[in-house]
Design a protein around this ligand. Structure first.
Ligand code: IPD
Ligand code: CA
Ligand code: CA
Length: 271
């Protein structure tokens, strides 16, 4: 099994501890956010600040101190040792636009792949004192409370999370919203794909769709969704780990309905 020779317990505890510490660090920047220098990555809506970079550096230092042989993929600083058995996938702040505008929907997301398999994750939301975490075969939790996905059987029975208008796949977004509303569904976008994924695991949202998400936005969360009884699309196909892909997570009762509303672009050729 993937666990042969690897200390899973230590890595799971590490993910939770470092996510909490990084989130506390984020909170200090958040209180003083008007002092942060903000840059955009080409698109004026795609912003990054010193806080994002410093938190990612903190997590990288922690990793090299505790698991120097493990690989790393982070939104702000790229990758290292991707051929290692354990590869950590990090978003130092997911929900940066919220963070910089004084909205409380942001978090730190730390996920781990073992032998290419999403294995464990921790998502820390310091504004709401919620630490979402889970590990393959061990369940998913918010703080100490076990998570279970929604029992909804139809999109009209709950809220469906949605993402941004990413250039890749954006032509699928408006038709999806139209279809969802036509079925009596309702969309919600809170600005953090990682948190909305955790909310699917928690049964607060019945599903979450984004036309193109990156692995650091969703890797930790999708482990939680699976452990909480939900379904995830084939996100890692066609180099999804590095390039991103269409992304759907949902409770079993609405997964097929959402997939049908999205259509073949969900798991078809990437456009
Ligand atoms: C973004 C958030 C957002 C999602 C975008 C992501 P960032 O991440 O998760 O909810 O819709 O696709 O890029 O930039 O805040 O780390
Ligand atoms: Ca993100
Ligand atoms: Ca980010």
């Amino acid at each position: 099994t993937a666990q042969d020779g690897l200390d899973i317990d230590a890595r799971y505890a590490f993910a939770r501890r470092v996510a909490l510490e990084a989130a506390r660090m984020g909170m200090n920047y958040y209180r003083d956010r008007n002092a942060l220098v903000v840059e955009h990555k080409g698109d004026p809506q795609d912003v990054v600040s010193l806080a994002d970079k410093e938190i990612e550096q903190f997590i990288r230092h922690q990793l090299s101190a505790h698991f120097p042989e493990d690989g790393f993929l982070g939104e702000e600083s790229g990758s290292a040792a991707l051929a290692a058995r354990c590869v950590w996938v990090i978003d130092p702040i997911d929900g940066t636009a919220c963070f910089l505008n004084g909205l409380h929907n942001w978090c730190v997301s730390i996920g781990l792949l073992i032998d290419g398999e999403p294995y464990l994750g921790a998502i820390a939301d310091p504004n709401h004192d919620e630490l979402f975490h889970g590990c393959l075969g061990r369940g998913a939790f918010v703080n100490d409370v076990p998570l279970a996905v929604s029992a909804a059987q139809h999109v009209r029975e709950g809220l469906t999370g949605t993402g941004t208008f990413h250039p890749r796949g954006k032509q699928h977004f408006i038709p999806f919203l139209q279809g969802l509303l036509g079925e009596g569904g309702m969309f919600l976008r809170n600005g953090s794909g990682a948190l909305m994924t955790a909310y699917v695991a928690a049964g607060r949202l019945i599903g979450y769709y984004e036309t193109n998400l990156k692995s650091w936005d969703c890797l930790a969360g999708l482990v939680l969704v699976r452990e909480a009884g939900g379904l995830v699309n084939d996100f890692f196909r066609d180099d999804g780990l590095l390039r991103g892909n269409p992304y759907l997570v949902a409770c079993p009762g609405v997964y097929d309905q959402l997939a049908a509303l999205i259509g073949p672009s969900l798991d078809g050729a990437v456009d």
